[in-house]
Write a protein that binds this ligand. Structure first.
Ligand code: ADE
Length: 229
C-alpha cells in the first residue's frame, strides 16, 4: 500500500513513521509513505499556500492553486483509490473505516490547516473527509499520522502475529479483555486463577465474558452495536 501525504509541515510527520512497526512495514516493502511539502507546488514567489477568506474575518484559507497542482501531479503518476482530507468536520474515524482503507492500493491524505481549504478542492477532488474526533487540532498532520498508523498495522504481514489485529478492541464491537504477565502474584496482587488453569476453553470463555462486561460498563454505545441494536 502507498500513502502520499500532502502537508505544509513534512518535518512534523517524519518521526511517527520512523519507529517500530511502521518503520518495519516500510523496510519490508509492505507500506510506502511519501511526504510532500505543499509549498513545493505553490506558484507564488514566496511559496505561499494560504490567502484571505472571501468571508470577511474568517481567517486564512489554504488556496486552491498549490493543492490542485499537488493533486494533479500525483494523480498523473498513478491511480488513487481515495483522496482523504483531514478536517474536524469530517466523518469520525473508527476501526471499520481503518479496515476498509487498509485494503486499498494507493491513497492521498491532504492535511488541513488554518480555517480549512478552498471549498472547490473539497467539491472536485476530495473523496473522503475524516475527523479523528470531536476536538480541534492545530492542523491535520497528527490526524494523518493517526489514520496512517491504524491502517498500516492492518496490512497483512505487518504485525508479526497476523491474528493479533483481529483480536484488537473494536474489531467485533467489543473492547479487549484485560491482560496479565508474570509474576502470577506481585505484592499481594494476583492474576485471576482461570488464567493459570492451563484450560484453553475456560480461558477463552473468561476472555469473552470480560470483553463483554467491560464494553457494557465502559462503552454502552459500542455494547448496543455488539448486540446488533
Ligand atoms: N484538523 C483539526 N482538527 C482535526 C480533527 N479533529 N480531525 C482531523 N483533522 C483535524
Amino acid at each position: 500500500m502507498r500513502i502520499d501525504i500532502i502537508t505544509v509541515l513534512p518535518e512534523m510527520l517524519k518521526s511517527p513513521f520512523s519507529y517500530s512497526i511502521l518503520k518495519r512495514a516500510q523496510e519490508k516493502g509492505l507500506a510506502e509513505i511519501h511526504l510532500h511539502n505543499l509549498r513545493d507546488y505553490s506558484d507564488d514567489k514566496h511559496r505561499r499556500v494560504d490567502d484571505y477568506s472571501f468571508s470577511k474575518g474568517a481567517g486564512m484559507v489554504m488556496a486552491i492553486q498549490p493543492i490542485e497542482k499537488a493533486l494533479e501531479t500525483l494523480k498523473g503518476q498513478r491511480n488513487y483509490d481515495q483522496i482523504i482530507y483531514t478536517t474536524p468536520d469530517g466523518a469520525v474515524f473508527n476501526q471499520q473505516t481503518a479496515n476498509r482503507l487498509s485494503m486499498l492500493e494507493n491513497i492521498i491524505i491532504l492535511c488541513g490547516h488554518y480555517k480549512g481549504i478552498d471549498q472547490r478542492i473539497r467539491d472536485h477532488y476530495i473523496t473522503m473527509e475524516i475527523s479523528i474526533g470531536d476536538y480541534v487540532l492545530t492542523g491535520g498532520e497528527l490526524a494523518a499520522a493517526v489514520i496512517s498508523d491504524s491502517i498500516v498495522r492492518l496490512i497483512p504481514g505487518v504485525l508479526s502475529d497476523e491474528t493479533s489485529a483481529l483480536t484488537d478492541s473494536f474489531q467485533d464491537h467489543l473492547l479487549s479483555p484485560p491482560v496479565y504477565t508474570r509474576p502470577a502474584e506481585y505484592k499481594g496482587m494476583k492474576v485471576p486463577d482461570v488464567l493459570l488453569s492451563g484450560n484453553d476453553q475456560l480461558i477463552d470463555d473468561w476472555k469473552h465474558e470480560q470483553a463483554v462486561e467491560r464494553t457494557k460498563r465502559l462503552r454502552p454505545d459500542l455494547y448496543r452495536k455488539y448486540l446488533g441494536e
